[in-house]
Design a protein around this ligand. Structure first.
Ligand SMILES: C[S@@+](CC[C@H](N)C(=O)[O-])C[C@H]1O[C@@H](n2cnc3c(N)ncnc32)[C@H](O)[C@@H]1O
Length: 436
């Protein structure tokens, strides 16, 4: 008999984002408690491996490590790789952070910062501030990104130390704070300044101070976790966790190696997962192997028209095929063109990824997907049902679905105001097993 899974609410609660958690962007995450309940109730053995193929800010890998479970977290966005690695930093490192930040700042005085004329930070910040941010970034890289992370084709961001990742997160959070005035009504979108004069202009002192303050806050929050560990029996980051920069549509996780998959796949609501982290990608500019635009194209949920022609695959299931037919025939502008093509791209990538996830799962293993429905104008995009059908076609057996109503949709789909449709969205928790 398999253990019965405890399905808590996957809804995010902003109030919980304090302390150590408060420094990490939760742009589409599920709460730590949800993951913890799920993994605890699964009663996995000591050697079990948990996979989150769309690990985002690393909630799954973090909760798994707290429970002493081995885990693998995959994401295609280098920013999220750094965030997920930082989140795994053991509390024993808390004391090192502040002196490191002080060294990094003091090195700015001894080594002048030479900036490339096309440095992406210059699109966001006035030159003096941009130069200081680049200087801090360069010093983190020089001090903490060591030999094993370097290769002839650049730095492997998924191998940098947890300490380096944490200092990057402190710098990300400083940039985000200065960019608060550029936040649009869409929570995932920060507007790029239109003209040079509109660029952010914090003083050099403010930048250095904010970075140091963030490091101090992270160090204190980490030390507080040590106290919890001492009293709760939880052993933070005791288990090995691997964070991989990879595209799930092409990933090569060994077949039959995973006991439990817990994930929230990219939504089909025109969230551009790289646009949500544009300012962080600008900080990482010199380390990126792919241009942000090309990265955006590779993402599941990309808003760019795919370069190759994609045909509907019968394995996508009936609900998906029907939805696409309705979308293609919709009389509104660009439905049969741009929107049809970008939706084809979404379903093609998600179907290929689900195939790989299924292969990676051990016979008898389980998979849980948290997924939200949405609307394309007045057509219901029943993503939970679509993923249920797709996963079944890929070889998983469906076992349970639990729905949670959300008051608002993380939706920037067109037609919100002009079409009749219910308010809010449904977030569904879908559970599967792989036949033994
Ligand atoms: C809904 S979010 C996951 C959020 C996560 N549960 C958390 O707690 O932060 C989906 C993630 O999928 C990633 N993603 C999108 N396309 C991908 C691809 N082709 N391969 C791997 N990751 C991808 C995005 O970068 C994003 O972080």
């Amino acid at each position: 008999m398999r253990a019965r899974l405890k399905i808590g609410s996957p809804k995010r609660n902003k109030k919980l984002q304090t302390g150590w958690e408060g420094f990490f962007p939760y742009y589409a995450g599920f709460p730590e408690q949800f993951v913890r309940d799920m993994l605890e109730s699964a009663q996995l053995g000591a050697e079990s491996v948990v996979l989150d193929p769309w690990n985002g800010s690393g909630t799954t890998t973090y909760a798994a490590s707290q429970l002493g479970l081995k885990s693998i977290g995959i994401d295609l966005n280098p920013v999220m790789i750094i965030v997920a690695r930082a989140r795994l930093l053991p509390p024993s490192e808390a004391d090192h952070l502040r002196p490191l930040a002080a060294t990094i700042l003091s090195q700015l005085r001894s080594a002048p910062v030479v900036m490339a004329a096309d440095d992406p930070l210059l699109s966001w910040f006035q030159p003096d501030a941009a130069r200081l941010i680049r200087g801090i970034e360069r010093n983190i890289r020089r001090s903490l990104v060591g030999g094993i992370t370097k290769s002839p084709d650049g730095i492997h961001l998924d191998k940098i130390s947890g300490t380096a990742a944490t200092l990057y997160v402190a710098l990300f959070a400083a940039c985000r704070r200065f960019a608060a005035t550029l936040q649009s009504s869409n929570p995932t979108w920060i507007k790029l300044p239109k003209a040079d004069d509109d660029r952010l202009d914090p003083t050099v002192y403010a930048v250095a101070h904010q970075f140091a303050e963030n490091v101090r806050g992270m160090s204190d929050a980490l030390a507080a976790r040590q106290l919890i560990e001492d009293t709760s029996g939880l052993d933070f980051a005791a288990a090995a966790s691997t964070i991989q920069l990879s595209d799930t549509a092409k990933m090569a996780v060994p077949a039959s190696s995973i006991d439990f998959v817990l994930t929230s796949p990219p939504y089909c609501t025109r969230i551009d997962y790289t646009a949500a982290t544009r300012i962080e990608l600008a900080v990482l500019g010199p380390l990126l192997k792919v241009k942000p635009r090309d990265l955006g194209r590779q993402m599941i949920g990309s808003v760019q028209v795919p370069q190759d022609t994609i045909e509907i695959d019968e394995s996508w299931g009936r609900t998906c095929t029907r939805f696409l037919a309705g979308l293609k025939a919709h009389p509104s502008k660009a439905s049969g063109g741009y929107y049809y093509k970008t939706h084809l791209d979404y379903f093609d990538k998600i179907a290929r990824s689900l195939g790989r996830v299924t292969t990676a799962l051990k016979p008898g293993g389980r998979a849980v997907f948290v997924v939200q429905d949405s609307y394309y104008k007045d057509i219901h995009n029943d993503l939970p049902q679509i993923l249920k059908e797709m996963s079944t076609r890929k070889g998983l057996t469906f076992s349970k679905r639990e729905d949670f109503h959300l008051r608002s949709m993380s939706d920037i789909n067109p037609g919100r105001k002009n079409y009749e449709r219910p308010a809010g969205a449904t977030e569904s928790v879908l559970c599967f097993t792989k036949p033994a």
